[in-house]
Design a protein around this ligand. Structure first.
Ligand code: RP5
Length: 151
């Protein structure tokens, strides 16, 4: 994530969801603007460190996911975090990638953070049977939790 401020209330939910599925993950503060050297180093070492999916969360003029995607061939998921403009600035700067370098962009804030984890899990489930089984159980339980009537 681009800042420590992206953690509480937002990316902590991504991490929590990954933990629920037993998916090992690193959590780091790396900014495309403030710590570009850190970003380059992280991505240089990503494959050696057995990374398979990268989730990049940032707010305001949010270039983290786009720059990350330009420096790796791993799938990059982008989470626009909330801002003074309610995350609309973050959403547009994450989602509006010109053709050639894709970022799989999720919703603004907590919902996007949770869904980024679930999408990463779905990507990993094509390779890992254990994760696929957990995803099927999760989906079945999820459906049961939705009430059939609003009252
Ligand atoms: C972005 O700037 C971060 O991702 C964060 O959402 C936003 C504001 O950062 P702070 O000023 O709260 O550190 O780079």
């Amino acid at each position: 994530m681009g800042s420590k401020s992206d953690w509480a209330g937002t990316m902590e939910h991504c991490s929590h969801t990954l933990k629920q599925f037993g998916v090992e993950h690193d959590v780091k503060v790396i900014s495309a603007h403030r710590t570009p050297k850190r970003l380059h180093k992280f991505l240089k070492e990503a494959k050696k460190n057995k990374m398979e999916v990268i989730i990049a969360a940032a707010g305001m003029s949010a270039h983290l996911a786009g720059v990350t995607a330009s420096l790796t061939t791993l799938p990059v998921l982008g989470v626009p975090t909330e801002s003074k403009l309610k995350g609309l600035d973050s959403l547009l700067s994450t989602v509006q990638m010109p053709s050639g370098i894709p970022v799989g962009t999720l919703a603004i804030g907590k919902a996007g953070a949770i869904n980024s984890a679930l999408l990463a899990i779905a990507i990993l489930s094509t390779r890992y049977e254990k994760i696929l089984k957990k995803l099927i159980v999760y989906r079945n339980n999820f459906e049961k939790k939705v009430p059939k009537s609003p009252f």
